[in-house]
Structures are given as C-alpha cells and as structure tokens.
Design a protein around this ligand. Structure first.
Ligand SMILES: Nc1ncnc2c1ncn2[C@@H]1O[C@H](COP(=O)(O)OP(=O)(O)OP(=O)(O)O)[C@@H](O)[C@H]1O
Ligand SMILES: [Mg+2]
Length: 473
C-alpha cells in the first residue's frame, strides 16, 4: 500500500476533559475503500476521537489531514463539506417526518421558492437502488424498524456526498439479520470507494467485516492489526489489558419456589396494538429464564408491563405469592425487584444527577442512605466508591453528572445499582448492550452469583450467545 491512498489521517490528537485524558496523542489513519474497525473498552476514547474527526469537539492538540491536505474542522458543517458523514449511536431523525424530509433536513433544496420534494425523492431512490439500501423515501421514519432507520441515516450522509463514513456502534441495537444486512451494505459502499470507520464491541463482527482493526485503551492506540493476524482472545486481551474468559462458568441450577408467575398476560404497544398475546410462564428462585429473540416482538412491552412502566391489558402477575398486576415501579422495587431497563437514558438514569446519586436511586430513602428523612452522605459516598471499584466504572469522581460518562460506563452504573441490592427477582433487558468484553464477563458472573444466592432471574436479550451462556431454561 502506498501513502497516497490514505484518505484521512489524525496525528497526535490529544483531548482533555475535566479529570480525564480522553485522547492521548492518538494516531489514526483511514485508507480509501477500507472498513477500519475501532475497538476498545468502555471509556477508551473512541467516541471522543470520532467527535473530533466530525468536528463536534476541538482537540487540545494534534492535526488532521483529509486527502493529504491539512484541515481544521470547526464544526459538523466543515466535516460534511470535506465529505465526512457520521451515524451516531442514538439516531437524530425526526419520527413524524418522511424519509425524504429527514434526508433534506439542514440541506433543503429549493426550486422556485418551494421545497424540491420530487428531486430529493428521485435522488434518494437512486442512492437507495445503487447501494441496495431498499429505503422508501415516502415512509414515515417513526414507523420504520430500527434497522431501516439506520439506513436512512446512511442515505442521509451519502446524499451529502460523504465518502468517509463513521458508524459509532451501529450494530448495538440491530437484530443479527439486520446486522448482516448492514455488513453487506458496508462492503458494497467500500467496494465503491467509500471509506468506513466502524465502532463495535462485538469481536466476531470485527473479524468478519474489517480490513484493519485499531484497538484503543485508556485514551491510547494500543495497536492496529488485520483480521488474519489476530483472533477473539487476542483482541479481547488487547482491549482490556488482561486475559478475558469468553465463556461463562456456572454450575447446575437449583430451582426453588416460584418467585414470578405470569398468567394470560396481555400488553398493548404504544400505538395501541396488542403485542403480548396472553402469555404464561413462571420463574423460580435460583434459576435464570432466558427470553431470546428478535426485538420488536413484544419483549419491550412485556418487560415494561412487568416492572410497572406500562399498564397491562389483561392477565395476572404474582410475585412471591402476592398479586402485583399493574403495580407501580416503586412498589415493585419495594418488594424486591431489580430491573435493568432496555433504554438506559430514558428509564435507567437521571442524566443530570451525579454517579453517586444514580447509584442509590432505588433506596436513597432507606437506611443506611436515608435515616429519618435525612440523606446520609457518608453512606452514599461509601456505596459509590465500592460500586465504582467493583464494576470498574470509569469516571473522574463519584460526583460528576452521569451524562459525562461514556455510553458503556453509564450502563455499568445501572447494572451496579440494580445488582448490588438484596433482591428476590432480577429482570434484565439487554443488560450488557454496549459493554466491552471485560465488563460483560464480570456482569455475567454477578448474575450467576445472584442466581446461586436464590434470586429468580428473567433475562431478555437479543444476543444469542448471552442467552445460551446464562439461561437455565
Ligand atoms: N463531554 C464530556 N465531558 C466530560 N468527560 C467526557 C465527555 N465525553 C467523554 N468524556 C470522558 O472521556 C472518556 C472517553 O469517553 P468516550 O465516550 O470517548 O469513550 P468510548 O471509548 O466511546 O466508550 P464506550 O465504549 O463506553 O462508548 C470517558 O472517560 C468519558 O467519561
Ligand atoms: Mg462510545
């Protein structure tokens, strides 16, 4: 390979946040038409580096070249002009707009004073056809499945003539089928000369789709390798700096009495359609019941209705012999439920509160945290320090707003809080989404330990590996 096909080069990039050196003299380059995977443990600095390349953050020092020319990128507008497009982990689309309207947003084409909807629809259809994206420009975005919404984001970048594409954890919310479709599209794009940076925590995906792999840890680049010269265990240890056990160690379960009994349970979706059609099951203390399967088949509604976030439309739920159908979340917490919600930012955290406060959201009014209505700061501090250490939460201190943490570290705050309380039932929905292999290893071991101590566990996961490794039934 010659120097000339390097399309993007970041050299000596350094970025400090208060108390955190997020990027420390990072060198990264991207070749034309390659898929370059970026791996690294939670908080390693991946998103920060991408936000710098995309112009959302300014580096403290370092330089960038695009097509060999030095550039200074002040904003996303600058990076779009340079042909850089980014698909963020949380989509930025407007649900009530059509696909074409979303794509035009911020780049409206006007013909004689009116929006040129026809022209846009034609260009979108052409792009969609060219890359096999299969996107209908007249569909309402809010009614599309997640996988298609993501393609809309990709078309949006191509519409703006992006030839450098940044995908930050695009597969975290996709079904395996949708992920395979995305890989096909990525290869198609790369074949036509688009250069792609692909962030993920899934090592199998990296080995299957990447041309080169760069691993970051603690703000540094550890190494850049090709799939041919590495494998899963080696990537895992490069990421976290130690050996990771990729299989779960657990003994046979010893099921006890029924903790959760669900009968003829019916739940409607947000749009009023019945998505849970009268299901019945139970979970005993000391066992893990796994619910596998593709998202969008009622799992979200089922878990929300069991944990008090949504009212069921029929059936009954018993917890520890007591009827709890339609109880409020606090009531469920009080009788011994731990819940790891699917949407961490909406249901798991108060983003503006500190890490320490988020770690006691369920029991701040009980001893040792609340005594006669007064918050016991020392107990709160001790709790936070203990959990930060145990779960390896990367944060400059317990007192920063949890919104400042990387995505995976936000997830660890929820898991630490929920799994550190003495509970009888754990309902975990996608508990390890967005977590690095080291953290997944630890959290799996905690779930198994809770089971061994007699808790009933209902595990919902789109990760087949996770279901197979943890479930007793
Ligand atoms: N806006 C911010 N203010 C303060 N600190 C920040 C900010 N953004 C990121 N950080 C810190 O910088 C570090 C790197 O974060 P970054 O989001 O780049 O990690 P990441 O590698 O993307 O992790 P993940 O896999 O969890 O998404 C983290 O320790 C984080 O707390
Ligand atoms: Mg990130």
């Amino acid at each position: 390979m010659t120097e000339t096909n390097i399309i993007l080069e970041a050299k000596g990039i350094t970025k400090n946040f208060p108390g955190v050196l997020a990027n420390d003299n990072v060198n990264f380059d991207l070749r034309q038409g390659e898929i370059h995977a970026l791996l690294g443990e939670n908080g390693a600095g991946k998103t920060t580096l991408m936000n710098i390349i995309y112009g959302l953050y300014r580096p403290d020092s370092g330089e960038m070249r695009v097509d060999g020319k030095p550039v200074i990128i002040h904003s996303a507008k600058d990076s779009i002009a340079l042909g850089i497009g980014m698909v963020h982990q949380h989509f930025m689309l407007i649900p009530v707009f059509t696909v074409a309207e979303n794509i035009m947003l911020g780049d409206e084409t006007v013909k004689r004073g009116v929006l040129d909807r026809k022209g846009v629809a034609a260009k979108v259809a052409a792009l969609s056809h060219q890359y096999g994206l299969d996107v209908d420009s007249l569909a309402l975005v809010g009614q599309l499945p997640v996988g298609l919404q993501q393609r809309v984001e990709i078309v949006k970048t191509l519409y703006r003539d992006a030839h450098i594409l940044i995908l930050d954890e695009p597969t975290a919310v996709l079904t395996p089928q949708e992920a395979d479709d995305l890989f096909r599209i990525m290869r198609e794009l790369a074949g036509r000369g688009v250069s792609i940076i692909f962030i993920t925590h899934k090592l199998k995906e990296v080995l299957a789709v990447a041309d080169r792999i760069t691993v970051m840890r603690g703000g540094h680049v550890v190494n850049t390798v090709t799939p041919a010269e590495t494998d899963e265990p080696r990537l895992a240890s490069m990421m976290v700096g130690r050996q990771v056990i990729l299989t779960v160690e657990k003994g046979a379960s010893e099921p006890k009495e029924k903790a959760l009994e669900v009968k003829d349970f019916k739940v409607n979706s947000q749009r009023g359609l019945e998505t849970v059609h009268g299901i019945s099951f139970d979970v005993r203390g000391g066992e893990i019941l796994g619910i596998a399967g593709v998202q969008g088949n009622g799992q979200t509604e089922l878990v929300e209705a069991l944990t008090g976030l949504r009212a069921p439309t029929g059936g009954a739920v018993h917890f520890d012999g007591q009827e709890v159908t339609g109880s409020m979340p606090r009531a469920m917490t009080e009788i011994g439920l731990a819940h790891i919600p699917e949407d961490r930012q909406r249901h798991g955290l108060v983003l503006s509160y500190t890490v320490a406060d988020n770690m006691v959201l369920c029991d701040y009014y009980h001893p040792p945290f609340g005594v006669r209505g007064i918050i016991q700061q020392t107990a709160l501090d001790e709790n936070a320090r203990r959990l930060i250490q145990a779960y390896d939460v990367r944060t400059p201190s317990p007192y920063v707003p949890v919104s400042k943490l990387s995505g995976g570290n936000q997830q660890k705050v929820i898991v630490a809080r929920e799994l550190s309380r003495p509970v009888k039932l754990v309902i975990a929905n996608q508990p390890t989404r967005g977590l690095d292999v080291g953290s997944i290893e630890y959290i799996h071991s905690v779930i198994v330990k809770m089971r061994d101590n007699g808790a009933a566990v209902l595990l919902v996961s789109a990760e087949l590996d996770e279901i197979m490794a943890l479930s007793d039934r």
